[in-house]
Design a binder for this molecule. Structure first.
Ligand code: UGA
Length: 435
């Protein structure tokens, strides 16, 4: 099949490479010519495990080509996928301008009978806007479908190759048949539905996961206040088969480019749809207030951050990505500097990205060398569970107090106490959490 994929973000590049690996002829399109030039050399615009190998294989086999030229890519495409971003507008609404502008550019080149697929995360009701733009820019008949994407950063290739499900939001049989055939090799459960359900299903999945994290973080706070231990509470609730024990670790709250944005859209839509107050209205504000609350509590436990040297371990918003969008480090580091601490930030891959986003400061150093980061630190603050961070054998220096703050509950408190640290985790009472 000939496929054109518009937008070379995480979803676009990974989908392009995976569909090419299934033997399809894929054109990836973007307006950024420098990105396109690199992609044609097999260089991904971001780090994602396994992606460059797949890109290079696609380019070598001549099944995968990237271009800025819609006229080169669209006329032969039986399926055109839109994978551009839908950032939050100031009031929280998903901004569809990139999707609509992609439609304007592709419309004039569309082949009769092509299936145009919206993979970008768009709210129910977006089809009408998309169809209006397409119908203004093309005279040929086309089919419109919604196939939301559920991949996670850091495991995007694996998630795309083996998805939990494929959702086809369609309104006609031709789209359903074409898209069913295209997705058959993934061997995933197929949900065929109307576009509105497909679109809301994507928001519902992200909002549920965000709620789950918000929930366990609040339970962790109850644990700290009441003498319970969140790890045991997770075991207790996790044995309930209706609940399960995965995707339950507490921390400083969810970050990244998706959960905050999608919860914001649901909060916005609940107002527009006159649904009154919903669970989503306050979820993001509770989530983002969390970092300041935890920092204030930890500050008390370490007798203030002023004049302390703090090693902040993990700068990206999660492991295996260089993405810092809504990463805890972006709030934690300025706070520590403001409190008069000296900060050394460590990340195995995201230092270059962090340098662009963190303010230059005489008391801030960033490094990709873990030993340098922890050398002489009074406080080790483990923010992100990169394997390099959680497998390191930490030893406190003899004869001086050193704290280990485990912001993701990834470490064995006993071991760290034996190694000489005062351990502070999440969701165990501060008194019990200290050695
Ligand atoms: C999320 C969804 O998981 C994907 O299914 C979805 O396709 C994607 O958004 C999207 O809409 O594009 P992602 O943001 O890459 O993927 O990352 P997650 O692994 O879901 O983590 C999101 C945030 O929650 C991170 O800050 C992570 O550290 C945090 N988290 C995750 C927790 O605090 N606790 C957990 O138990 C799990």
């Amino acid at each position: 099949m000939n496929i054109a994929i518009i937008g070379t973000g995480f979803v676009g590049v990974v989908s392009s490479a995976v569909f090419a690996s299934h033997g399809h002829h894929v054109w990836g399109i973007d307006i950024d010519s420098s990105k396109i030039a690199k992609l044609n050399q097999g260089i991904a615009p971001f780090f994602e495990p396994g992606l460059e190998e797949l890109l290079q294989e696609g380019i070598r086999s001549e099944l995968l080509t990237f271009t800025t030229d819609y006229a080169a890519a669209i006329p032969s495409a039986e399926v055109v996928m839109i994978t551009v971003g839908t950032p939050s507008s100031p009031e929280g609404k998903a901004d569809l301008s990139y999707v609509l502008s992609a439609c304007e550019s592709l419309g004039p080149h569309l082949r009769p009978g092509a299936v145009v697929v919206i993979k970008s995360t768009v709210p129910p009701g977006s089809f009408q806007q998309v169809a209006a733009v397409l119908s203004n820019t093309t005279k040929v008949s086309y089919h419109l479908a919604s196939v939301p994407e559920f991949l996670r950063e850091g495991s995007a290739v694996a998630d795309t190759v083996s998805p939990d499900r494929i959702v086809l939001g369609v309104t006609d049989e031709i789209s359903e048949n074409v898209l069913t055939k295209l997705h058959k090799p993934f061997q995933a459960p197929l949900v065929v539905t109307k576009p509105e359900s497909a679109q809301l299903g994507k928001y519902a999945a992200n909002a549920y996961l965000a709620l789950r994290i918000g929930f366990i973080n609040q339970i962790a706070d109850f644990c700290e206040a009441s003498g319970a231990d969140v790890n045991d509470v997770i075991k207790i609730i996790g044995h309930d088969r209706r609940i399960g024990s995965h995707y339950w670790y507490p921390g400083l709250g969810y970050g990244g480019s998706c959960f905050p944005k999608d919860v914001r859209e649901l909060a916005y839509s609940s107002k527009v749809l006159s649904l009154g107050e919903t669970l989503f209205t306050s979820l993001n504000s509770i989530n983002s207030a969390r970092i300041a609350k935890k920092l204030a509590a930890w500050g008390k436990s370490v007798n203030g951050f002023s004049h302390k040297r703090v090693a902040v371990l993990g700068l990206s918003f999660k492991p295996s990505t260089t993405d810092l969008r809504e990463s805890p480090a972006l709030t934690v580091i300025p706070y520590l500097l403001d409190q008069g601490a000296t900060v050394v930030g460590f990340d195995p891959m995201a230092v270059e990205e962090a340098e662009k986003l963190l303010p230059a400061h005489e008391k801030l150093q960033l490094t990709s060398n873990l030993a340098t980061a922890i050398e002489d630190a009074d406080i080790l603050l483990a923010l992100i569970e990169w394997p390099q961070i959680i497998t390191h054998n930490y030893q406190a220096k003899k004869g001086r107090p050193q704290w280990f703050i485990d912001a993701r509950n990834q470490f064995n408190p006993q071991q760290l106490r034996q190694a000489g640290f005062t351990y502070i985790g999440i969701g165990s009472p501060i008194s019990g959490g200290l050695s």
